[in-house]
Design a protein. Structure first.
Lengths: 168, 152
């Protein structure tokens, strides 16, 4: 109880709570989406039937993804990335893994299914996944700044010795 | 803190899963969530191989499904058969199945059935018939059109 009383509800705390909510909600949504697909693939009842688009181009994209096997990879990465976010481990990596998926979900929803009404909706997951993903990427930007180096040079083999640092 | 995160995440997973599972947009028909080509395969198996026309219609057709194939011509020789599938062409919602079967006289006939499938339901179906030895222009003859006594 003392812990709760000691929390100062200033702007920083509110922001952290919102970001934690986004991280957990995005992660949970990805886990559910990926798990539902694999349940169906393994012969169990899915959490929800996989939709294959409302319009022709959307269906072409999604069905082709399934037929060439790319959907297996997408749904696996959804589960992996989602678990990283929910378990709060390797979150920056999880966000990078989920970013292309969120981008494709957005592209499919807006450009292929023409759900323009979802652009400003915070509850439509076709767009909200990308919005949350981008906000979280910005929140964790300090981990990506080294990636954005203008003048990058190759390292040395000895850099591999630094790998254990990722677990700190 | 990590345990709290995992517990909260688990609650979110359960909440989202429940919301999606009970969403009224799902009909939970056997074809929903299946690829259109798989829906057609399920339908063809049920009708052509098992002869369950009525059940298949209930499960895979909608009330406004546009079916160009009259019920009495659904089975070419009047009984169940195993279609010899030559090829399947699928793009998006559209599936074309090219198969051969024997007609009532035991003559091999090639069929092309074109399905439009959405949400696990067949929205339209047309059938094109090609008899061996006839010019390929016969492909444009749909079964729904009246044909001669030796035809289907």
């Amino acid at each position: 109880m003392n812990v709760i009383n000691n929390i100062k509800f200033d702007m920083s705390t509110v922001c952290k709570l919102i970001l934690s909510f986004f991280r957990l909600y995005l992660g949970a949504w990805m886990i559910v989406s990926g798990t539902s697909y694999w349940l169906h693939q393994w012969g169990y009842q899915p959490i929800f039937p996989q939709p294959f688009g409302s319009l022709a181009d959307s269906s072409k994209l999604l069905i082709t993804f399934v037929e060439v096997g790319l959907f297996d990879l997408v749904k696996t990465l959804e589960v992996v990335g989602g678990l990283m976010l929910v378990c709060n481990v390797f979150v920056p990596l999880g966000l990078v893994i989920l970013f292309p998926i969120s981008g494709m979900v957005f592209f499919n929803a807006i450009f292929l299914n023409q759900r323009y009404d979802g652009l400003l909706s915070v509850t439509y997951m076709g767009t909200a996944t990308l919005y949350m993903n981008v906000i979280l990427l910005l929140a964790y930007i300090r981990y990506y700044l080294p990636l954005l180096s203008l003048n990058a040079s190759t390292g040395r083999l000895t850099d591999l010795k630094r790998i254990p640092e990722i677990f700190k | 803190m990590r345990i709290l995160s995992i517990l909260t995440g688990a609650i979110f997973v359960a909440w989202i899963a429940y919301g999606l599972h009970t969403n009224p947009r799902w009909t939970w028909s056997p074809g929903e969530g299946e690829l259109p080509r798989d829906v057609v395969a399920l339908y063809m198996d049920m009708v052509y191989e098992q002869g369950k026309e009525k059940e298949a219609k209930e499960l895979f057709f909608l009330a406004n499904t546009k079916d160009e194939v009259p019920a009495e011509r659904l089975l070419p020789n009047g009984k169940t058969f195993t279609p010899e599938v030559i090829r399947v062409i699928a793009e998006g919602f559209n599936v074309a199945v090219h198969f051969s079967a024997e007609d009532a006289n035991g003559a091999p006939v090639e069929y092309i059935e074109i399905y439009h499938v959405k949400g696990g339901r067949i929205l339209s179906r047309e059938r094109i018939v090609h008899r061996t030895g006839e010019p390929t222009t016969a492909l444009s003859q749909q079964v729904a059109a009246p044909t001669g006594p030796n035809h289907e």
